[in-house]
Structure formats: C-alpha cells, structure tokens
Design a protein. Structure first.
Length: 150
C-alpha cells in the first residue's frame, strides 16, 4: 500500500502545480489515506529528494521537480527499495540464493534478472506527468468525451 498511497499523494501534489505547498491533512483527506501512514511516506519521499517541505504558515509539501522529470522507477525504488523480482538478482545486497549452487547458471536467476531489467526500464519510461495524462484521458473517456487530435 505504501507505493499506491505514495503515487496517489504525488499525483495530487502534481495536480496542484509548482510553487504550491499542500498540507498533509489536505492530501490525506482528498486521497483517503491514513494521515500517520502518509506522514511516513511523505517523509521518505522528501528524504529521497522527490519532495520539499516548508514549515509554518503556507507550509506543507510540494514536488521538488516537474512531474515530467519524476520517473516511476525513482518513486517506486524510493518507497520500496531495490527493484528486484527475486533477492538474488539484486547483487549489491549480497544476497546469495539458498536454492542453487551456482547463480551464474541458475535459470531462475537468469530469467528473473532479464525480467527485472525490463521492469525497471518500463518504470523509467513512465513519469508522474504520464500518470496524470493517463488519468485525465481516462476521466474524459468515462464521461463520454472524445479527444480528437489532428
């Protein structure tokens, strides 16, 4: 749920535009996210450099970068840590697979390594702006509006 709530909060902040700080309570209420859990998520995103905050009057959180430059990969890895489908794929953690003797010829690790690379590349290819655009288009389609572009 951390990633889902984090994405919902970031999308809400993106919809507010640059320069506007938003209170945690406003995000929590609008997105129906438990406030205490949201505080933890937003602090993580701030510590990862995705958000800035301001204390006091006019305070709150805002995006540190334009939505078009914030990739899904950066968001998900900030909230979830290393993006490996199985622990032995993320070699930097030093995880040794307890199920095979030689990871260099392990079919599970080999295929999961390739799939993890594809998954990460896919996440890098989508931004917070893309998510907002997709949402806007889905809303238009659900309202029966057709957007023709010539």
């Amino acid at each position: 749920m951390k990633t889902v709530y984090g994405l919902k909060a970031l999308q809400f902040l993106a919809s507010k535009g640059a320069g506007e700080h938003v209170l945690i309570s406003e995000i929590a209420e609008h997105e129906k996210i438990p406030k205490k859990f949201l505080e933890t998520i937003l602090l993580t995103l701030k510590n990862e450099g995705l958000l800035t905050s301001k204390i006091g009057k006019g305070g709150g959180y805002q995006l540190a970068f334009p939505p078009s430059s914030v990739t899904m990969e950066r968001i998900v890895s900030a909230l979830e840590g290393p993006l490996a489908l199985v622990p032995c794929v993320y070699e930097e953690t030093g995880s040794k697979c307890e199920y095979c003797d030689d990871s260099s010829i392990c079919g599970v690790r080999l295929v999961m390594s390739e799939l993890t690379d594809e998954f990460i590349a896919s996440l890098r290819g989508k931004t917070l702006q893309d998510m907002q655009t997709m949402t806007d288009e889905a809303i238009q389609n659900s309202n029966g509006l057709i957007n023709y572009t010539i």
